[in-house]
Design a protein around this ligand. Structure first.
Ligand SMILES: *Cc1c(COP(=O)(O)O)cnc(C)c1O
Length: 459
């Protein structure tokens, strides 16, 4: 029997992989999780990355994609990466390693899952003879990674909203210079929150949603979490080929990336600590200190992709920590939404603390970390990675520590320059980014304008 998926809130249909891929969020507002966690296949340190990925992902997609089809998709997806190892590991200093997730086409770790997810989605839609409109809002990395992965796909239109004049020039140009006919950028006269509300509004309109075939590839989509399991395994093997335990420090926003590390551990990977590294938006750090989840207003930081106060994927961990008590999780999530604050049962809290540590770093500490890492190792890191590195240093773990590098420093040139005194260079394939023409439409912060723009695209 192929593996199936259930919602964390227990009130949605049990689905196979392909339906979960297309659904994103469950109809009861919960997140889809695998009913069983398959055992880790044999992965060796010298295995090519696509081969390891195919072996690890096969049981999760069984019943929807066979191993041959999956293998071809994975091989093609990782062919576009700028390093033969796809996700190389470097030793920074004794016992401290960096897992480099920045070698994808848009220079952030989201490429690693989205390049595979886009191809899985397109293949499934071809099979069903359906077309969808992927709609999303971005403050930076997600939009460019989604656009790059979805550009030119036969059965998909992609519409990304960004706040006009409020994303960095590098990030905007990575979206607006893509020439594929199925890519549509809408610059909204408003903030990132306005963009998100417009996207939510479009999805909430069931009639419109069906009319234009809305779909999402945001970080709560199980397929993304699944793809990220792979590099935790390959990195552990690279550092400890014989399988001794390692620990990971993960710069965290929506809790998707570090959750994948937890799944790798559940599959059987020897992992000691999982360090959750946050910036000043420290909802998770405060949870680890107190057992209470309390959302506050989002404050902008030098690591903007972690400026989040509702870490959506944390619900998956709570569901597992509760012993899969869907009713209790549903109640808790409703309370968090309405009251902005909820304390989890003590047994769940202790289960989480058994495996995770929480750390936080402010902007001044982040700049100092970029500078000191560069001075000590000649390795230039971005502000998100710097938060992870400092958290790793504070961890008492007695194992080798692997910090995940989540973006290339050239994506955040101002913060990096303020730390090291020079401007980080874009890699060769993006050298002409500032010469290419841009293509986007400006719209007002208005639901009807979004709908009109999407209808025009679908015609
Ligand atoms: C998205 C992102 C993160 C946060 O990852 P989550 O899966 O949301 O925890 C961290 N760093 C960078 C550079 C990102 O783009």
């Amino acid at each position: 029997m192929p593996l199936t998926y259930v919602s964390t809130r227990g009130d949605a249909a049990e689905l196979g992989f392909a339906d979960v891929l297309l659904a994103g969020l469950a109809t009861d507002g919960g997140l889809y999780c695998p009913t069983e966690i398959p055992p880790l296949p044999t992965i060796t340190a010298d295995m090519p990355y696509p081969e390891a990925a195919t072996a690890i992902l096969a049981p999760y997609v069984a019943g929807s994609f066979d191993e041959v089809e999956l293998g071809a998709i994975v091989e093609e997806a990782y062919g576009v990466f700028g390093h033969p190892d796809v996700c190389p590991v470097v030793e920074l200093e004794d016992g401290q390693y960096l897992l480099d997730l920045t070698r994808g086409p848009t220079l952030a770790f989201k490429d690693i899952a989205l390049q595979v997810v886009a191809r899985l989605l397109d293949a499934e839609l071809a099979r069903r003879q359906e077309r969808v409109t992927v709609l999303g809002a971005t403050s930076g990395d997600t939009g460019s990674a989604a656009i790059n992965a979805l550009a030119g796909r036969e059965n998909i239109e992609v519409v990304i909203l960004h706040p006009h004049d409020r994303v960095s020039a590098v990030q905007r140009r990575q979206m607006t210079t893509v020439t594929a006919a199925n890519v549509h950028n809408l610059a909204v006269a408003g903030t990132f929150d306005d963009c998100q509300d417009l996207v939510k509004g479009a999805f909430a309109d069931a009639e419109f949603r069906a009319e234009v075939g809305l779909a999402a590839v945001n970080s709560i989509n199980w397929a993304r979490v699944m793809c990220q399991i792979v590099y935790f395994v390959t990195a552990a093997r690279a550092v400890r080929p014989n399988g001794e335990p390692v620990s990971f420090s993960v710069p965290t926003g929506n809790f998707g990336n570090v959750l994948s590390g937890w799944y790798a551990k559940r599959m059987g990977l020897a992992v000691d600590r999982l360090v959750v590294a946050s910036n000043r938006n420290d909802v998770l750090t405060r949870f680890f200190e107190t057992g209470t989840l309390e959302t506050r207003t989002v404050e902008p930081s030098l690591s903007p992709s972690m400026d989040i106060q509702i870490s959506s994927n944390f619900e998956r961990l709570l569901w597992e920590a509760s012993g899969r008590d869907s009713a209790a999780v549903a109640e808790l999530m409703v309370e968090l939404r309405s009251a902005g604050r909820v304390t989890v049962p003590d047994s769940w809290y202790r289960t989480v603390l058994d495996e995770f540590d929480g750390e936080r770093l402010d902007d001044a500490g982040t700049v100092a970390e970029v500078a000191s890492t560069y001075a000590a190792t000649s390795c230039l890191v971005d502000p998100h990675t710097a938060v992870g590195l400092e958290a790793a240093r504070r961890s008492p773990a007695a194992t080798p520590m692997i910090t995940l590098a989540t973006a290339d420093p050239a994506k955040f040139p101002d913060a990096v320059e303020s730390a090291v005194g020079f401007h980080p260079e874009l890699p060769a394939h993006l050298h002409d980014l500032f010469e290419l023409p841009e293509r986007f439409d400006k719209i007002d912060n208005d639901q009807a304008e979004v709908a009109a723009a999407i209808r025009k695209i679908r015609r």
